[in-house]
Ligand binder design. Structure first.
Ligand code: ADP
Ligand code: MG
Length: 223
């Protein structure tokens, strides 16, 4: 069953074309890697699929709903309720503790404080971060911070997790550990993943890999 679909997307930044007729279908429960060289359009594709950017033309569909024509409010609500995000860095609030950061999407969603912190607390054992609930983000290692980012992305139980170079700032051993955690956790949660990476070792964790080149999806491999 197709959960997410992009058809013939185009998008330019001024005179720079980023997407030039990119199409993609993502199956429910799969971990899909978008690979390709820097500048090929991977991040732009992810942002269009996630309803963060509107494509100039083409269509984006999520569970039978047209995303690219939604108004800002509806897209914001969709992102909050159905999607989770892990980026290379910068998505966590440095002044807040690890527990605050994981609880934040629930609080934004109107969940009561006690419930939000109880739910956030449950994630620390799963993330291998027991005892670090009260640490500020600046007091965590890069790998620990990305584990918190994974928890924050999944705490709301999103249908789709979007990850853009999630281990791009980590050394290779830490990167492997974070990817193992991410994969185990999304399998347990039943989420679908769209993962952008230019690193073959990271993409090796995916069920399927597709290549983006010059703003088009040019090939796919299923394992
Ligand atoms: P990738 O993630 O594969 O590295 P991007 O989607 O970020 O590729 O970028 C695709 C193309 O769009 C590149 O040529 C890039 O330079 C350009 N681009 C991306 N973001 C911007 C932006 N904010 N302003 C101008 N050009 C951009
Ligand atoms: Mg990118």
């Amino acid at each position: 069953m197709i959960v997410l679909k992009a058809a013939d997307l185009t998008k330019s930044y001024g005179s720079t074309p980023a997407l030039q007729g990119a199409s993609l279908e993502v199956e429910r429960g799969e971990i899909l890697a978008l690979m390709g060289p820097s500048g090929s359009g991977k991040s732009t594709m992810l942002h269009c699929l996630a309803g963060i950017f509107k494509p100039d033309s083409g269509e984006v569909w999520f569970e039978g709903r047209r995303v690219d024509t939604m108004g800002d409010r509806e897209r914001t609500a969709l992102r909050r309720t159905a999607f989770g995000f892990v980026f290379q860095f910068g998505q966590l609030v440095p002044e807040l503790t690890a527990a605050d950061n994981i609880a934040l999407p629930l609080l934004l969603d109107g969940v009561r404080r006690r419930t939000a912190y109880a739910k956030a607390g449950d994630w620390f054992a799963r993330l291998g971060l027991e005892g670090l609930e009260g640490r500020r983000m600046g007091e965590l290692s890069g790998g620990q911070a990305q584990r918190v980012a994974v928890g924050r992305a999944l705490v709301t139980g999103p249908a789709v997790l979007f990850a853009d170079e999630p281990t791009g700032a980590l050394d290779s051993l830490t990167s492997e550990n974070v990817m193992d955690l991410l994969v185990d956790t999304v399998r347990a949660e039943g989420s679908t993943v769209v993962l952008v990476t230019h690193d073959a070792r990271v993409a090796a964790h995916a069920d399927r890999r597709v290549t983006v080149r010059d703003g088009k999806v040019v090939s796919g491999v299923r394992v």
